[in-house]
Write a protein that binds this ligand. Structure first.
Ligand code: TTP
Ligand code: CA
Length: 404
């Protein structure tokens, strides 16, 4: 196979990912938190979920997207902190500025993660390994944060390399060691395999990446469609995706100023559901998930508030709509009337595309939310956005503001 004959010189892709990012920024700002279990996400008595936690808290089983109350049960002595998004955004900007010193070929994946392709920087800066080590040292020295670095000849393996030795990891996966390294790993390490697809692969008797390596070409694609081809290639260390410079969109939003102020809570909820459906459609089109839902309201006296909630990453109309209406319910009690309402979805990350809906035609315990969303996306694409909607978005038209 071609990729396996490549030499180490072609290992020019670097993946950098900060360790326990939000929690590490908090520990840096308040040194008395260092070495302690820190959970970022909010008050454990609230209904929110964990955004992230320090590695000290992970030892107790706490993890991202877990309800805060559960995190507190697992680790009662943890320090719980609210999400200070601006602080993390500033740190993120500084980290990316360090990386950008070594190549313009930088693809930002999320707030704390990026790929670099340093193939054209080697005459200036030496080897990819040297560049990776320098970035790691500078992030630690200049910003007092730990970052894990992985290097390989393609994106999949570079990212895997940075994950394998976390935290404070540094690993190079060379072309001639990739197959053996992949062989014993659980299939969940393949890009695009999450819980659901992992279970399906298990059902086919495919537990480890080696099981997929040993399949004849085409076998898995016959069973599960085009994703099978992708998994088979990844299992063999093949991933042709190039590093595409650019920054991923950070948020997506929609707001409206009413023709006449309103305090009609049912109408406001319908509107949020409607916005959720519209924005989630865009997320799905772009293969993105959101994990921060923000509702903004402006009162008729022009005072404005916005309230955010962290959720486990997703893009389903139902999930986002329910979160948004929940936030509204907590934040607005019907007075004074509103002149504006808005919904924005932040922290956009690549959705594990192959998790959306069932890959497996005969696995039908009834349609789930994702499947319903996909069917509605298809209908809207053919017949226009107005022809179909969930029942929870139907009254909005009664009060349609002129600018909608
Ligand atoms: P991750 O890189 O997934 O996690 P992490 O940096 O906290 O930990 P590590 O990489 O060492 O495993 O996410 C980066 C930040 O994004 C994280 O610090 C908090 C935020 N985040 C959420 O808000 N919600 C989520 O569900 C996840 C996974 C992350
Ligand atoms: Ca990280």
């Amino acid at each position: 196979m071609d990729n396996c004959n490549l030499t180490a010189e072609t290992c020019s892709i670097i993946h950098c990912d900060l360790d326990a990012f939000y929690a590490s920024v908090e520990q840096r700002e308040n040194p008395s938190l260092q070495g302690k279990p820190v959970v970022v996400g909010g008050d454990p008595r609230s209904r929110g979920v964990v955004a992230t936690c320090s590695y000290e808290a992970r030892r107790y089983g706490v993890k991202s997207a877990m309800p805060l109350a559960q995190a507190q049960r697992l680790c009662p002595h943890a320090v719980f902190l609210p999400v200070a998004r601006q602080r993390y955004q500033e740190a993120s900007r500084q980290v990316f500025a360090i990386m950008a010193d070594y190549t313009p070929m930088m693809e930002i994946l999320s707030i704390d993660e990026a790929f670099l392709d340093v193939a054209s920087s080697l005459s200036l800066f030496g080897t990819p390994e040297g560049i990776g080590r320098t970035i790691k040292k500078r992030v630690e020295k200049e910003l007092n944060l730990k970052i894990s670095v992985g290097i390989s000849y393609n994106k999949f393996l570079a990212k895997l390399a940075s994950q394998l030795d976390k935290p404070d990891g540094f690993r190079v996966i060379k072309a001639d060691e990739a197959l053996a390294l992949l062989r014993p790993l659980p299939v969940q390490h393949l890009w695009g395999v999450g819980e659901k697809t992992g279970r399906e692969l298990d059902r086919l008797g495919l537990y480890h990446i080696g099981d997929i390596q040993d399949l004849p070409e085409g076998w898995l694609a016959d069973k599960i469609g085009s994703a099978g081809k992708l998994f088979w290639e990844l299992a063999r260390g093949i991933d042709p995706r190039p590093v595409t410079p650019g920054r991923q969109r950070k948020s997506l939003g929609r707001e409206v100023t009413f023709a006449a102020d309103t305090a009609d809570i049912n109408y406001l909820k319908d509107l949020l559901n409607r916005f959720a459906a519209e924005l989630c459609g865009k997320l799905r089109q772009n293969g993105l998930d959101t994990s921060t839902v923000t509702v903004k309201i402006k009162y008729n006296n022009f005072a404005a508030i916005s309230r955010s909630r962290t959720i486990s990453p997703g893009n389903s109309d139902m999930l986002i709509g329910e979160t948004a209406t929940d936030i509204l319910q907590d934040a607005y009690h019907g007075y004074p009337p509103l002149r504006l309402i808005g919904l924005s979805l932040g922290r956009l990350t690549p959705a594990p595309a192959l998790e959306q809906g069932s890959l497996f035609a005969n696995d039908s315990a009834g349609p789930d939310d994702n499947e319903i969303d996909r069917v509605m996306d298809g209908i809207r694409q053919r017949f226009g956005s107005e022809v179909i909607g969930r029942a929870n978005t139907l009254t909005w038209k009664k009060h349609r503001p002129p600018n909608l």
